[in-house]
Design a protein around this ligand. Structure first.
Ligand code: GFB
Length: 319
């Protein structure tokens, strides 16, 4: 029986990983709520690993948010993410955990990286300013894994998802990512009979979106790869793997698709006083494809699923 700790099991990605691991045999899934285990508390995390005999860790716990939240709470984003990563990775290592998967983000790449962005673009240029503190913490997570691998011979891997969405997302009107924000705003506008909905920025940035069920499947796929295969497809100090669809669209196209999925028939205006963020963030997913994984859920199908989840959970969603 393998004891697997999913850190962040109440979040969008962690909960999707738990749902999928439940169908695997011979796994014992270990979770802790925030009130049971504060992942920013080094002593508490150390005590947890020292007593729990964990074999594998999915590090899906993180402070996350959309462009506005990243821009408004930079100290929380860098501090909490660095603490969570340092504590889990070091305590897991001390307790003899051999396998760990760290989940990062496509914002680790330079603002003006060549598109689609290859793993080799890491640390080749200046980051996008609205989320630089978060990106620095996520880059530190990759480098922690690589450093422990190099110095101590453990097997700590990293995956970098593109923008994610799906069940258990955060639907906060200001702090969430674009998809949950728009699903909620269009839905509420439809119910209220509003004629107009406001979207942020110019509508021109391009983004790639991946349903969280695909992200969870990709994470488990990468975790379960034989070590020699993972090592042969990565480099010791360039070990992370992009996860995405390899397809993007403009924010304007996304907004129109969300209007269609939610059944909003009024007009859409863009508020240019809100930030655009990176002009484009398209992942090159060749490394993952070579390792045998491609996505399943296309954007329109995924948006319909996310909207169905939102409708079914209106009394309990986050945000
Ligand atoms: O999802 P989002 O906040 O993530 O915004 P980022 C994506 C784009 O959608 C931006 C536009 O160009 C926004 O201006 N947008 C339009 C909106 N309407 C809205 C809205 O109502 N809400 C939001 N949030 N955006 C985040 C990073 O950047 O992506 C994080 O800040 C992380 O660090 C995450 O990497 C995946 O792609 O711009």
């Amino acid at each position: 029986m393998k004891r697997i700790f999913v850190a962040g099991h109440r979040g969008m990605v962690g909960s999707a990983i738990v749902r999928q691991l439940k169908s695997h045999s011979n796994v014992d899934i270990v979770t802790r709520t925030r009130s049971e285990l504060d992942l920013t508390n080094q002593q508490a995390v150390d005590d947890f690993f020292a007593t729990e005999n964990i074999d594998q860790v999915y590090l899906a716990a993180a402070k996350v948010g959309g462009i506005h939240a990243n821009n408004t709470y930079p100290a929380d984003f860098i501090y909490e993410n660095l603490m969570i990563e340092c504590n889990i990775i070091n305590s897991a290592f001390k307790a003899g955990v051999k396998q760990l998967l760290f989940l990062g983000s496509s914002c680790i790449y330079p603002k003006l990286a060549v598109q689609p962005m290859q793993e080799t673009a890491l640390l080749t240029g200046t980051l996008e300013e609205t989320n630089e503190p978060y990106a620095i913490a996520k880059i530190a997570g990759i480098k922690l894994c690589e450093s422990y691998n190099r110095q101590y011979g453990v097997d700590y891997r990293s995956v970098m998802p593109t923008n994610l969405y799906g069940p258990n997302d955060n639907f906060h009107p200001e702090n969430s990512h674009v998809i949950p924000a728009l699903l909620r705003r269009f839905h509420e506008a439809k119910l209220a009979g509003d004629e107009q909905v406001v979207a942020w920025g110019s509508g021109k940035p391009m983004r790639e979106f991946l349903h969280v069920a695909d992200m969870a499947a990709a994470s488990i796929h990468v975790m379960e790869l034989e070590r020699d295969i993972y090592d042969a497809n990565t480099e010791p100090m360039l070990s992370h793997i992009n996860v995405g669809t390899g397809i993007d669209c403009t924010i304007r196209e996304l907004v129109e698709t969300v209007a269609k999925v939610t059944g909003f028939t009024g007009s859409i205006v863009f508020d240019a006083t809100k930030p655009d963020g990176a002009p484009r963030k398209l992942m090159n997913v060749e490394r993952l494809a070579a390792l045998g994984w491609t996505y399943n859920i296309d954007l329109e199908q995924g948006l319909a699923d996310a909207y169905a989840w939102f409708l079914a959970n209106q009394d309990s969603f986050r945000g």
